[in-house]
Design a protein around this ligand. Structure first.
Ligand code: SF4
Length: 288
């Protein structure tokens, strides 16, 4: 059994709620023991958790941090530093813990992620960087967390990108695996939210071609994703989240302000110009 101590900083509870929907929880609890979790049965209460002095396996931090944030009557940041020393691995869970997220909008100067402030290192827990892993998402998919825990538990290491995110999850773009890829390629717009037809990139704010994550590869509740159900990807795994007007594509002279990752303006204009000229009748029709 590996021990997990799950603490909450400045958070809406979203990652906890998402994790509670993990479909194989019984199996998970045969491998992992919660020293503390805010909702699940655990051996310590929150006060004891912050004072825990022994070595343990995983420290999971949900929510943003700030140097003066008080939780359970103690200075959260000071206690996290102590816990971090004794943890074998640290996981910053969710976009707030990774970059500061939505709460950072309220107090941009003081609120930050565990390792990063937006996409810059903040220096708060830098000395633990080699054992800290970021799993952004608003919320994080429960299987992303379990995959990371299992990989670290079984192999003692995991490949990460330059924002300390596991590559197996964040090496992909959310666009990969969307059922609308053919509409994207032939530049056929979705006309309304919730429709099965068309791509949401050109008008409705879909950030999936610029966003790293596996939402269309590891489906939510094992059945669906935002874009499959007709809602745009909001780019919640990136440090630029949140943005204003998330249901709109910002354009200049009809060209999206943010182009797909690695695609130049010239390449975009050439490819979309050609694709649009073909008017493929099948892609303009209702699917059913
Ligand atoms: S809706 Fe979004 S994820 Fe799907 S194909 Fe279009 S851009 Fe890609």
């Amino acid at each position: 059994m590996s021990d997990i101590l799950w603490i909450q900083g400045i958070t809406c509870n979203g990652n906890t709620q998402s994790f509670l929907n993990y479909p194989n929880m019984k199996l998970f609890l045969k491998k992992y023991n919660f020293l503390y979790h805010p909702y699940l049965e655990s051996s310590l209460n929150v006060v004891q958790a912050f004072e825990y002095e022994k070595k343990f396996d995983f420290l999971i931090i949900e929510g943003a941090v700030s140097k003066d944030f008080i939780r359970a009557g103690v200075n959260f940041y000071e206690k996290v530093k102590n816990l971090a020393k004794n943890a074998k691995y640290i996981i910053a869970l969710g976009t707030c813990a990774t970059y500061g997220g939505i709460f950072k909008e309220k107090d941009p100067e003081h609120i930050t992620g565990v390792l990063y402030d937006k996409d810059k290192e903040n220096g708060l827990l830098s000395k633990f960087k080699s054992k800290t892993f970021n799993i952004p998402g608003c919320p994080t998919h429960p299987q992303w967390l379990v995959f990371t825990l299992d990989t670290l538990n079984n192999f003692g290491k995991i490949l990460v990108d330059d924002l300390s995110r596991p590559k197996e999850i964040f090496g992909y773009l959310t666009h990969h695996g969307c059922t609308r890829n053919e509409y994207f390629e032939w530049k056929v717009d979705s006309k309304n939210f919730g429709e099965k037809e068309g791509c949401l990139f050109y008008l409705q704010g879909c950030r999936a071609p610029i966003t790293h994550g596996s939402c269309n590869k590891i489906l939510w509740n094992e059945v669906n994703s935002k874009t499959r159900s007709g809602s745009p990807c909001f780019g919640c795994t990136e440090s630029s989240f949140p943005r204003n007007n998330m249901f709109e594509t910002k354009t200049f002279m009809s060209i999206p302000a943010d182009l797909p990752d690695g695609v130049s303006k010239r390449a975009y204009l050439t490819i979309t110009g050609i694709a649009k000229a073909f008017h493929i009748k099948r892609l303009k029709e209702k699917l059913m």
